[in-house]
Ligand binder design. Structure first.
Ligand code: 6PG
Length: 246
């Protein structure tokens, strides 16, 4: 486990949602006291739903000048933004629609265009936003979940994308049976690990074995994607409920 990782355990999934919301809000408020904008990378899946819902509700929502917060996605399914599987749609419905954000603050991955084109255009959009010709951009906070196979974002075990060292965003093919093969767009480890903060938010007993294996640092080679989450200079914090931390 990376040496600069912290672990915070909450009683149950509700407390985890509240705790993660507090973690996100304090990161935003602290950062905006010393810089003009905050770049937040959202995760998809089901765990973050409760967090995004809380973030968008008073009194939390009133604590942040949201027009200075820019939203990105760590991954997206290659579906249109109105599709039920869209990570963008989940975040929009639970959070973004309530914040009256300027449109330019929402940096959506275009799931509706051909995957390779979408990955390339997202990478260009990131370069423009961070005005980076060379060198990696540093997101202020990246939210990640962990699949019960140890995937993070759409970086799945044994995927060639795990070894990507140059590109920031790639298209991958993946099937989670019985679902059909779905293309996805995902940020890669060089980009994710350049973040100033990464929060790995994991809930439920089904993932406890994997959490233990990773946090106990059993010395094995970092084989699972989640074991490659290791911010170079940033801080990694695991936010768990007791069931996942058992
Ligand atoms: C996605 C997510 C994915 C998710 C994990 C955990 O697009 O599905 O980005 O990486 O974080 O699958 O999902 P849960 O939090 O729903 O268990």
């Amino acid at each position: 486990m990376p040496i600069n990782a912290g672990v915070i355990v909450f009683k149950d999934s509700q407390e985890l949602a509240r705790g993660a919301t507090g973690y996100i809000l304090s990161a935003i408020v602290q950062t905006l006291s010393r810089q003009d904008r905050f770049s937040l990378v959202l995760s998809g899946g089901s765990t973050p739903r409760a967090i995004y819902t809380l973030l968008g509700q008073p009194p939390q929502a009133g604590q942040v000048p949201w027009s200075r917060v820019h939203f990105f996605w760590g991954d997206e399914r290659c579906v249109p933004p109105e599709h039920g599987d869209s990570n963008y749609l989940m975040a929009y419905e639970t959070l973004l629609a309530r914040l009256a954000l300027p449109a330019q603050n929402i940096h959506r991955i275009q799931g509706e265009v051909p995957p390779d084109e979408s990955a390339a255009s997202y990478e260009r959009a990131l370069m423009e936003f961070f005005e980076k010709e060379n060198g990696l951009p540093h997101f202020d906070l990246v939210l990640l979940g962990m699949g019960d196979d140890g995937h993070i974002a759409s970086l799945f075990p044994d995927s060639p994308a795990l070894g990507e060292t140059d590109r920031w965003v790639v298209a991958v093919e993946h099937t989670l049976p019985p679902a059909p093969l779905v293309s996805r767009i995902t940020m890669t480890f060089p980009l994710l690990n350049a973040a100033r903060r990464i929060a790995l938010i994991v809930s439920g007993a089904a993932k406890a074995g994997l959490v233990h294996r990773v946090l106990s640092g059993s010395g094995e080679a970092p084989r699972l994607p989640v074991q490659r989450v290791n911010p170079e200079e940033g801080e990694l914090t695991w936010l768990l409920d007791e069931a996942a931390a058992k």
